[in-house]
Structures are given as structure tokens and as C-alpha cells.
Design a protein around this ligand. Structure first.
Ligand code: FAD
Length: 373
């Protein structure tokens, strides 16, 4: 089976991996360099930030993220030499209003954040001696991890590029789907070049509204900008991830600490601004005042593919044969990425699915209302 995938972020790359490993031949297209959009910009926390605030459908896919990525890392690392570092740091959460609900959630569901403990004073310092003394209470998720997402993408790209049945088409914006008699036959790029395939997957992230007119369905996915900044500290300086008021610090093994994040609707702009950067910095220094002594080495923004309730669209698109969706992962596309791709591969190949696919079905995309002049 020959499959074309539009979008080389985590959703498209993981789908390509799943399908190529099952013997499919895969062409993957991106309008820019592969793996440079939201999936690069994200933080890589392997759980929704406060799972109890999210729909069960989101947590259901997120809970497979860590184990699936671990398996893929074991397989890909010997070939690519790129370790994407699933870093078991645990996380401290300081939002008092979330303590009770967080403890109850962990008790009831265990996944994706697993065990949870309530900590005070000295116990917090034992876990992370850099926390400000102003934070006297926390809930602690000792088993929560983060993945180094830029390396995850590098590893996927490197592996797929050497795969005999995968072809990359970078800097190749796809303008149109070639649809005849309610069946998609392939793609047309902006330069007019056509590419044919048995099946087509839309993995176009925040850009997914592009397909609205052609498929005559409303696609309620739009970009929500998130800004980040990056500290460089000594190796393993910060022992845990930390979160307060939806602002977080994510330590990498080599001492980089990713700090974020903001939420702003400003179209497709990825410009950073001083005020937002200052807000992130203030929130992070409130938790870890000692960070002030270390340099900020990078600032950036990415575009989350927002969707209603953050529940992605995964599965067969309505009414058009051979067209599939894997988009709309909003704030959790990295932790849901491995599970989403596995589910889509199972659906495309007619295999038994590991979760019930109904809640993710693109059949819920509403038909466009006819506009009469
Ligand atoms: C600041 C920030 C922090 C985040 N933190 C986390 C986190 O800690 N954990 C987590 O799970 N998630 C996190 N996320 C969310 C996560 O990054 C996204 O949900 C996820 O990356 C979406 O992946 P994607 O592959 O669908 O989209 P993208 O990575 O954006 O990829 C889509 C690709 O499609 C291409 N494309 C679009 N249209 C076309 C076209 N017509 N032709 C060709 N190519 C096209 C684009 O160029 C792009 O490369 C964060 C996001 C941001 C911005």
C-alpha cells in the first residue's frame, strides 16, 4: 500500500514510522523542513499538564506515550545514534486548588501521571533543593517524564530517511487533494506537481483548516501560539519538572531547562514578544529564584493545533474514500503522538485497535453550511 502523508511533525512522522514498519511505502510532504513546527517548539512533558482538567480521550492516548516512545527509542537508537532521552524527573505542582483533585485523580486512574504524593516544607526541599521557600506545599508525581522532542524528531527523520520504503518531500507545500468521485487519488503541490497514492493522511497540525473548502467540512482547528525560553545550567542541576499556574520548567539531562508557556491567538505568527517572555521568566523565577544566575540561551514560539476540548481527529475523513486525519492535538500532541499514530495505522490497515476509536473520529467534523447569496 502506498501512502502519502501531509505534514512532517510528530503526527505525520510517527504515522509514517508505524506504516513503514508494516510494509507500506510512504511519501511524506512538508511545506518547510521536516520536524520544525509545533512538535519542535513543544516541551515534551509526557502527560497533559493537569490531566484532571482534560477530556478522558486525551488522557487515554497520552498514557501510552512513555512506553511507546521507550520502545521506539530502543529500536531507533542503534540505527540513528540519536537518543531522545526519556528523562524521569517527576513533577512538582504548586497550584493549591489542584492538590485534592490531583491526589484523587492519581488514586483513581494512575495514568498518565501515575503515583501522586502530597509534600510540605522539608519534603519538597528533599525532592528539589532549588524550590523557593515560599512554596511550602506541593503535589508530587515522581514517575512523570519528559522526552527531548527535538531529538525525538531528529531520530524519526534520520530513521525514516534511511528506510527503503520512505521518501521525503521537504519545502513542498501541498495545495490540493486530487479528488475524483469522492475518492482521493493523490496530491497537488503548489508548483503544480502531482503525486499519487492509495491513501492520503492529513497531519497538518495548526494549518489543517486549509482543507475546509475541498472536503466541504468545517475543521475547527486553529493556531494557538505558545512561547518558550531556555536556560542553560550545569548538567542535571534541576532534579524535577515544576509547575505553577500553567507555567512550567522542564529540565533536560545536559542542564538545559525549557520554560513556558504562554497562550495567544495571533494567527500564524511565531514572533516572541518582550512582555510574554517576561511573564514566563517571572513565573519561573518565582519557583526557582536561583535560576537568575544562569543564562537564557534561546527564545521561541510554536503554533499548537487547537481543537474543541483538545481531542484530536484520528481516523477516516467523512465521505471521501482513502482520506485520513491525524490532527488537532492542541497542547498534548507529543504525549499523544505515539498512541495517535498507532491508532491511525491500525485503522488504515484494518487491524484491531488498541483503544476505541469512536471518540476521535473525524466523522464528527460538521458539514459546511451552504452559504446562499
Ligand atoms: C510552546 C509549546 C509547548 C508544548 N508543550 C507540549 C508538551 O509538553 N507536551 C505535549 O504533549 N505537547 C506539547 N505541545 C503541543 C505539541 O507540540 C503539538 O500538539 C504537536 O506538536 C502537534 O504535532 P503535529 O505534528 O500535529 O503538528 P506540527 O508539528 O505543527 O506539524 C505539522 C506540519 O505540517 C506541515 N504542513 C501543514 N500544512 C501543510 C501543507 N499544506 N503542505 C505541506 N506541509 C504542511 C507544517 O509545515 C508542519 O511541519 C506544545 C506546543 C507548544 C507550541
Amino acid at each position: 500500500m502506498h501512502i502519502a502523508i501531509i505534514g512532517a511533525g510528530i503526527s505525520g512522522l510517527m504515522t509514517a514510522l508505524e506504516l513503514a514498519e508494516q510494509g507500506c511505502s510512504v511519501d511524506i510532504f512538508d511545506q518547510q523542513q521536516a520536524g520544525q513546527a509545533a512538535s519542535w517548539a513543544g516541551g515534551g512533558i509526557l502527560s497533559p499538564m493537569y490531566p484532571w482538567r482534560y477530556a478522558p480521550e486525551v488522557n487515554q492516548l497520552a498514557k501510552y506515550g512513555k512506553s511507546l516512545y521507550q520502545r521506539w527509542n530502543e529500536k531507533l537508537y542503534p540505527i540513528t545514534g540519536i537518543d531522545f532521552q526519556i528523562h524521569d524527573t517527576g513533577m512538582l505542582i504548586f497550584d493549591k486548588g489542584d492538590f485534592q483533585v490531583g491526589l484523587e485523580y492519581a488514586e483513581k486512574y494512575h495514568e498518565p501521571m501515575q503515583r501522586c504524593e502530597y509534600l510540605t516544607g522539608d519534603d519538597i526541599q528533599q525532592v528539589n533543593q532549588h524550590i523557593s521557600a515560599d512554596f511550602e506545599q506541593a503535589i508530587y508525581f515522581p514517575e512523570l517524564s519528559n522526552v527531548r522532542n527535538p531529538r525525538l524528531l531528529q531520530s524519526l527523520i534520520s530513521y525514516l530517511k534511511q528506510h527503503p520504503s520512505v521518501r521525503f518531500f521537504e519545502y513542498c507545500p501541498i495545495e490540493k487533494l486530487i479528488i475524483k468521485n469522492k475518492k482521493v487519488h493523490g496530491l497537488q503541490a503548489e508548483d503544480g506537481q502531482q503525486y499519487f497514492a492509495d491513501q492520503v493522511v492529513l497531519a497538518s497540525g495548526a494549518w489543517s483548516q486549509h482543507w475546509v473548502e475541498q472536503i466541504q467540512r468545517n475543521i475547527p482547528v486553529h493556531p494557538v501560539q505558545g512561547q518558550m525560553l531556555l536556560f542553560k545550567t550545569p548538567e542535571n542541576w534541576l532534579p524535577t519538572m515544576c509547575m505553577n499556574r500553567v507555567m512550567y520548567l522542564i529540565p533536560r539531562q545536559d542542564g538545559h531547562i525549557v520554560c513556558g508557556s504562554s497562550m495567544s491567538e495571533c494567527g500564524f505568527s511565531t514572533a516572541v514578544d518582550q512582555q510574554t517572555q517576561q511573564d514566563i521568566l517571572t513565573a519561573c523565577l518565582e519557583m526557582i529564584p536561583e535560576l537568575e544566575q544562569f543564562p537564557i540561551v534561546k527564545r521561541w514560539a510554536g503554533l499548537r493545533p487547537s481543537s474543541p476540548h483538545g481531542i484530536p481527529y484520528i481516523g477516516a475523513m467523512p465521505e471521501i474514500e482513502n482520506l485520513w486525519a491525524n490532527f488537532g492535538h492542541f497542547r498534548n500532541g507529543l504525549c499523544m503522538g505515539a498512541g495517535s499514530a498507532q491508532l491511525l495505522r491500525q485503522l488504515i490497515l484494518g487491524q484491531e485497535t488498541f483503544v476505541n476509536p469512536t471518540a476521535y473520529s473525524p466523522q464528527r467534523l460538521q458539514r459546511l453550511a451552504l452559504v446562499t447569496p
